[in-house]
Design a protein around this ligand. Structure first.
Ligand code: 6CS
Length: 385
């Protein structure tokens, strides 16, 4: 009998809907297209291509000043109540308000259209208009996006991190251009907070990783990083992670604290280490072709709303992370030892992580060394200001 955290049962069922949706989008591998061709007609009726078409101008009704009626779908990698989902709901509310209801935005939670990798693919193909995409799921096709996976590269102060993510030219111009080549149009990068490690052994030094099987996202660099600590690694969608940890097919994972609590990972892990190694970066993105087809005022609406949301989401993640930590500490039914590493312990991890920075810059195929150098210099400037 598989044991699920109760709130994920529904989500796991709905994950199977994705293949149908991808077929409806007409994208994907030839093989997928072939097998799904009979379904295309019925899926298109409810699919988002139709929604996008209706919003692109032809026959769209003029409503509320300058905005034509449109319906957008905004998918996140998290569930209702969690930071990304709440972001999509707030973003949608603001768009509706600003357009007097002419443009509506339907927030979609994780699982309604597949795994995180499926969702990113869906955005690329135009199956949804907007998505929150974590760089950890596109590292295979955008090697430079893996820069967010480096340990001890960004500052630990989350306010500073958010400032860098918001204003960095290396991120918002140079890296954004790499995303655009893959048909993503990034509107904003933001932090979901500092990440923590959970395990049953209590990770306090790099040697504690030896023999542990670490869950990572789809990023080759994440694999390299935990390999450098001596762990084995396994890529998995987070929807499968609770069961994997419970069955001990996976021994450890990393996530911001609000998410560890919300997904219940602490229920099936004995310890949570706070190593200050990295933040969880999320990206608000739209399909680039779709974006380029929009009228200028709609482009501005999207960019302006994404910019405004930076402060909102910073406060939201801080609130949720504080509450999550408290809830983990208060959960006496599932006691979790919270381990805060001291400066000496952090220095040990920093030293072990350093060669991975060089490896990333010099060895990974497709990585732009200039982008790395530019962001590193920007970070140093922010830290010294
Ligand atoms: O661990 C993950 O993959 C998930 N973590 C967060 C904080 N958001 C979504 C993501 O898929």
């Amino acid at each position: 009998m598989i044991i699920f955290n109760k709130k994920y049962l529904l989500m796991l069922v709905s994950i199977f809907a994705l293949s149908l949706v991808l077929v409806a989008c007409g994208g994907g591998d030839d093989s997928e297209g072939d097998s799904g061709s009979e379904d295309t007609g019925s899926e298109e009726e409810s699919g988002s291509e139709e929604e996008s078409d209706s919003g692109s101008g032809d026959g769209g009704e003029e409503a509320s000043g300058d905005f034509e009626e449109q319906e957008w779908r905004f998918i996140s990698e998290e569930l209702q109540g969690e930071v990304q989902y709440e972001y999509t709901a707030e973003f949608g509310k603001r768009i509706e308000e600003k357009t007097g209801g002419a443009i509506t935005v339907e927030p979609l939670e994780y699982g309604s259209l597949g795994s995180e990798v499926d969702q990113a693919q869906l955005l690329q193909q135009g199956g949804v208009e907007l998505a929150v995409v974590s760089p950890g799921f596109v590292g295979g096709q955008i090697p430079d996006a893996q820069i967010f996976s480096l340990h001890y590269f960004f500052p630990t102060d989350q306010e500073l991190v958010q400032e860098i993510l918001t204003n960095s030219e290396a991120i918002n111009t140079d890296l954004a251009a790499k995303y655009e080549e893959q048909n993503f149009k990034p509107l904003a990068f933001w932090t979901e907070g500092q990440m923590a490690w959970t395990s049953n052994v209590g990770i306090e030094s790099p040697s504690d990783w030896e023999g542990l099987n670490m869950r990572v996202q789809e990023s080759p660099l994440m694999r390299q990083t935990y390999d450098a600590y001596g762990a084995t690694v396994q890529s998995l969608s987070w929807g499968e992670l609770y069961t994997a940890l419970d069955r001990e097919t996976v021994d450890a994972q990393e996530n911001p604290i609000f998410f560890i609590e919300s997904a219940g990972f602490h229920e099936v892990q004995d310890t949570m280490t706070i190593p200050k190694h990295n933040n969880y970066v999320a990206m608000t993105a739209v399909n680039n072709d779709w974006f380029n087809s929009l009228d200028d005022n709609v482009k501005e609406l999207l960019q302006e709303t994404a910019a405004e949301m930076q402060d909102w989401v910073f406060e939201e993640q801080a609130r949720q992370n504080d509450a999550g930590l408290q809830a983990i500490k208060d959960d006496t039914e599932n006691p979790t030892e919270v381990i805060e590493l001291n400066e000496d312990q952090i220095a040990e991890f920093r030293e072990a992580a350093e060669p991975v920075h060089e490896y990333y810059r010099n060895e990974i195929d497709g990585v732009d060394a200039d982008l790395f150098d530019k962001l590193k210099a920007e970070i140093e400037e922010y830290e010294n200001q």
